[in-house]
Design a protein. Structure first.
Length: 118
């Protein structure tokens, strides 16, 4: 697969950014797309996921501030990030996995950097 992210950048605390990720690789009829992030010196962690049916899952730390959505016709997932905090600073990675049996490993994007200044 091939995932291309965009929308990262530098923003002040309290600001907003919108990330986008387009999947131009293999498309499954049922899939999960999502965003993970990795801050310096930390492990990669889940931010949010959304299935092709629209079911969402969020990390507790972003609930109420971030919204994940997807356009299945465009094979694109979005992450609207509001009320950003310095602790949201990280490289954000897009993720795509077809819902199959057995489960596949999924595909990762190259990452887009988000920096939130205090």
């Amino acid at each position: 697969g091939h995932l291309v992210e965009s929308g990262g950048g530098l923003v002040q605390a309290g600001g907003s950014l919108r990330l986008s990720c387009v999947n131009s690789g293999t498309i499954f009829s049922s899939s999960v797309m999502g965003w993970y992030r990795q801050a310096p010196g930390k492990e990669r962690e889940l931010v949010a996921t959304i299935t092709s049916g629209g079911d969402t899952n969020y990390a507790e730390s972003v609930k109420g501030r971030f919204t994940i959505s997807r356009d299945n016709a465009k094979n694109t997932v979005y992450l609207q990030m509001n009320s950003l905090k310095p602790e949201d600073t990280a490289v954000y990675y897009c993720y795509y996995r077809g819902i199959t049996l057995p489960p596949g490993p999924g595909t990762w994007g190259q990452g887009t950097r988000v920096t939130v200044s205090s």
